[in-house]
Design a protein around this ligand. Structure first.
Ligand code: FAD
Length: 381
């Protein structure tokens, strides 16, 4: 067992950290206030190999694996989770192309993502179905050499800025087994009949683009099928098994940022004639943050490393996602408390991190969904 990062991964971590400090920190507040998406930052990050770092070199990626990608995600989220998302999830949805795509699809779609030239989106959630993925209603009907797609998707990250969507739709409504009714299909955003509407007023990660997407008689070639017809539900479940690890890495970064800000502030702020950090009640909060972060980091790195070794443990990945959300929310709250009244105002960054943190218990599977996944597996063992 070796807990040391390889020299390559140390360089990746340091590169991502420098990039976050120099490029994300100065525009963090402005992007939050203006809900500004940051394509220029994505392109710069791509130049350093930080976009699609999990994509193999054969398809234009850096080949750093899911552990390398988790480390990049952690470092960017330590400064700004929203702008960080614009970098690390620029290829969102395309994990499914990596797992299930044909050689031709991989060659066509993955390299432009790694170069920062294109962006993808994973379109699964609908206005009436999120946790219950099998409750979606979007239909893709075969018509000659095409699919004709109708339906709408909700809360789609990169929804108004992407070049293409990876869409989950019903292709086999007649299948006896409910889970065999779905397929994944690649849909270019510029296709006739696709409309996307930016959702504004999000509580946090406001630099990230979130949208409602409508498909109105959208016609795409049947060559855009991803993987196997009727296997879409299982493919999406496998997709989440892997992408959950990336989301838990956001939790490490955000929580680490909160810890560092809390220690800094507790060292500077004087109360009752002494630095706030000299009081044991404050130290207890800081200690609890540090312990939780260390436990989370170990869990996330292990889950990512196991995926890279092709011996994945998806229950561990769900545990990491669950702990990631909890840790981020706990640490953001503790950092706010240590900052007192100053933590509650816009000038101090902890209020933003407090708002950003909550989404880690919602997207990519709510915390309740993770509990259900973990509990079911434990009961079956
Ligand atoms: C900022 C943001 C970005 C997102 N990006 C994407 C994206 O890129 N692509 C995409 O497809 N989706 C995306 N989502 C959607 C996200 O994954 C869903 O919001 C999430 O899965 C929950 O689904 P829902 O909102 O429909 O809530 P629901 O499924 O309606 O759940 C509501 C509540 O009920 C709970 N619940 C559900 N089932 C049970 C049960 N059996 N027992 C007990 N409690 C239960 C849930 O945990 C939750 O607390 C995004 C969401 C947000 C907020």
């Amino acid at each position: 067992m070796d807990y040391n990062l390889s020299e390559e991964l140390k360089i990746v971590r340091d590169t991502a950290r420098r990039f976050a400090n120099h490029e994300l920190a100065p525009i963090s507040q402005e992007c939050d206030r203006q809900e500004r998406y940051t394509p220029e930052i994505r392109i710069k990050a791509a130049g350093l190999g930080l976009v699609g770092a999990w994509i193999p070199e054969a398809y234009g990626g850096s080949g750093f694996g899911f552990l390398g990608n988790a480390i990049i995600t952690e470092e960017l989220s330590r400064v700004d989770m929203g702008i960080g998302l614009n970098i690390v999830v620029a290829p969102f949805g395309s994990e499914a192309i990596h797992f299930f795509g044909t050689q031709e699809q991989k060659q066509r779609y993955l390299p432009p993502l790694c170069r920062g030239e294109q962006v993808s989106a994973g379109a699964f959630t609908e206005p009436n179905a999120g946790t219950d993925v099998s409750g979606i209603g979007t239909r893709a009907v075969k018509d000659g050499a095409d699919y004709v797609i109708n339906g709408s998707k909700m809360f789609i990250t990169n929804g108004t800025v992407c070049d293409f969507y990876v869409v989950l739709a019903i292709t086999h409504p007649e299948a006896a087994k409910k889970h065999e009714r779905y397929s994944m299909i690649i849909v270019p955003r510029e296709t006739a009949g696709v409309s996307s509407y930016k959702i504004t007023g999000k509580m946090g990660i406001r630099a990230s683009d979130t949208a409602e997407v409508v498909f109105d008689n959208v016609r795409v070639s049947r060559e855009n099928l991803l993987g196997t017809e009727g296997r879409g539900f299982y493919q999406v479940m496998h997709f989440f098994d892997v992408t959950r690890v990336m989301v838990s890495a956001q939790g490490i970064g955000l929580a680490q940022g909160c810890l560092e800000a809390a220690i800094r502030y507790a060292g500077e702020r004087k109360v009752f004639g002494q630095a706030l950090g000299t009081y044991q009640l404050t130290q207890a909060k800081i200690t609890e943050m540090a312990v939780r972060i260390e436990a989370l980091r170990n869990m996330v790195y292990k889950a990512a490393w196991l995926i890279d070794q092709e011996t994945p443990d998806y229950t561990l990945a769900a545990m990491a996602k669950y702990l990631g959300g909890q840790t981020a929310v706990y640490c953001a709250n503790a950092a706010m408390e240590i900052h007192g009244g100053y933590g509650y105002i816009d000038e101090y960054i902890v209020q933003k991190w407090y708002r950003d943190a909550k989404v880690l218990e919602i997207y990519e599977g709510t915390k309740e969904a993770e509990i259900m996944t973990i509990g079911k597996t434990l009961m079956m063992r």
